[in-house]
Design a binder for this molecule. Structure first.
Ligand code: UTP
Length: 274
């Protein structure tokens, strides 16, 4: 069973400036819960309670969030506000949290490699907390992927269909169809223009990775935008062995964009309060 889940959370979140000037994007709340907390809940539901977070400068509030705040908790003890902390307290008790810093923002691949010190030599989940995934009809997306991992024992990326105009925002995969929701990856292109995209299947921020990915990232040259792309390392892994793309069940909101963040807020507000 996979126990570790890595949260690359060192990015600058420039699309949300000025909000993210001194506050991590991952701490932005959808209604009253920060994005990172939704992600940790999803990991825990998938059985991954060893939470490894890659942070950067100005991200200390992430660590504070998963810690006790004695003054505050003493202040509201016994009041009706105390119940607002029930969920986060349970989460903190059920998980362990460890942190490492990415000193230079050299891309998602580099952030994942930075997490090697925390993950070690075992398969692990990856959650990009600014992708909020909600499945009201069954297990969360990471839990769906963990079940698949138990069958196939190889790296898995979650994918969804996007419109042709949107391919330039994502890693796009194509390959051999195994079943309605599963593809064996043969091609993977980072942020292709519409005319170069091999399909309309876009990788979203959920992965299960086998630990050989670390050496593959180490051997990956900077790609698009001068960043070390996880897509390039995954392509090498697909060529040498097997990478699966899984069309997950549920909804995904791109909370790294203003539009996706507002959609997620409206969706969660409606489901909580109506
Ligand atoms: P994004 O590109 O969506 O995040 O990276 P960003 O760079 O913070 O956002 P913008 O584009 O400037 O608004 C996807 C995920 O990878 C992490 C980010 O924190 C985010 O969760 N990441 C990205 C890192 O941890 N390190 C990096 O060097 C790059």
């Amino acid at each position: 069973m996979i126990k570790k889940c890595l949260f690359p959370a060192a990015g600058y979140g420039t699309r949300f400036l000025p909000a993210t000037k001194s506050m991590p994007k991952e701490m932005m709340p959808i209604v009253s819960k920060p994005l990172i907390e939704y992600g940790v809940e999803e990991a825990l539901q998938a059985g991954m309670n060893d939470i490894c977070i890659v942070t950067g400068r100005g991200k200390r509030t992430l660590e504070d969030h998963f810690d006790t705040n004695y003054e505050l908790e003493h202040q509201i003890a016994g009041s009706d506000k105390e119940s607002l902390l029930t969920n986060i307290r349970q989460l903190i008790n059920q998980c362990t949290f460890s942190y490492t810093r990415q000193r230079e923002m050299k891309g998602l691949g580099h952030a994942i490699l930075t997490g090697e010190a925390l993950v070690g030599d075992q398969p692990f989940g990856v959650v990009l907390a600014d992708d909020l995934c909600i499945n009201t009809e069954g297990p969360g997306v990471l839990a769906q992927m963990a079940q698949l991992y138990n069958l196939f024992r190889c790296s898995i990326v979650a994918v969804m269909e996007v419109s042709a105009e949107e391919t330039h925002k994502y890693g796009i995969v194509s390959g051999q169809t195994i079943s309605d929701d599963l593809i064996r990856v043969e091609t993977m292109v980072e942020k292709p223009a519409e005319e170069d995209a091999p399909s309309n299947l876009a990788i979203i921020g959920r992965y299960i990775l086998t630990p050989d990915i670390f050496d593959l990232i180490r051997n990956t040259d900077p790609g698009k935008g001068g960043e070390i792309q996880i897509t390039d390392a995954l392509m090498a892994q697909a060529q040498q062995g097997c990478v699966l793309a899984y069309k997950f069940k549920g909804r995904r909101f791109d909370c790294g964009s203003i539009e996706g963040f507002i959609d997620a807020t409206n969706y969660c507000y409606d489901s909580i309060y109506s």
